[in-house]
Ligand binder design. Structure first.
Ligand SMILES: [Zn+2]
Ligand SMILES: [Zn+2]
Length: 180
């Protein structure tokens, strides 16, 4: 069983690109390397929370946007009342695309070319597995939530790589990384 991420969804699950929902008082994330505002990549409903992904695109290749906890990308798990928040101007942004999920019988590895991504299941790694551990909860690996592919919406994770996002079932931590 694979849940494909698709536009015009049967079961809405989130938004790629565009502007995310943010709670009042939550600031727009900035990159620790270049201090610039990050680009919103996507936002997904997970257990009544919103897993929200940002990436520094101010100087592609220079700000460690490929690794979790490196400061060149950000994954935040939001809860409570939210409002649609327009981000500051950034060099790269993506048009909003509502996405949902559809169940298919095929394995994700057989479908990876040409799709937006998958929701849940097992990550389809390009390199070896790199499941992050939660820095707050050293009990084990984080939980895989969503995989995004380069191509749709002009996302480019390295050389046509894939992005992998995780949350921690025990706390509010989240992380994402990409491989190519
Ligand atoms: Zn940066
Ligand atoms: Zn945790």
């Amino acid at each position: 069983m694979t849940l494909l991420l698709e536009p015009e969804p049967a079961v809405p699950i989130g938004l790629l690109g565009g502007d995310p929902l943010l709670p009042n008082g939550v600031g727009w994330p900035t990159c620790v390397s270049c201090d610039g505002a990050m680009t919103h990549i996507g936002q997904f409903g997970v257990d009544e929370k919103l897993l929200t992904l940002f990436q520094c695109n101010n100087d592609p290749g220079m700000c460690a946007d490929w690794e979790p906890f490196g400061g060149g990308n950000a994954a935040v798990l939001l809860s409570g009342p939210t409002v649609r928040t327009a981000g500051p101007p950034v060099p790269v942004s993506f048009p909003a695309l509502p996405v949902g999920v559809r169940e298919v019988p095929q394995a994700y590895e057989d479908l990876r070319d040409g799709v937006i991504g998958q929701f849940g299941g097992e990550p389809s790694w390009i390199q070896g597995p790199e499941v992050p551990s939660c820095p707050n909860c050293p009990a084990g690996p984080m939980r895989f939530v969503v995989q995004l592919e380069s191509g749709p919406l002009d996302f480019l994770f390295g050389d046509y790589g894939s992005a992998y996002a995780f949350d921690c079932p025990s706390c509010q931590n989240a992380a994402w990384l990409w491989q190519s």
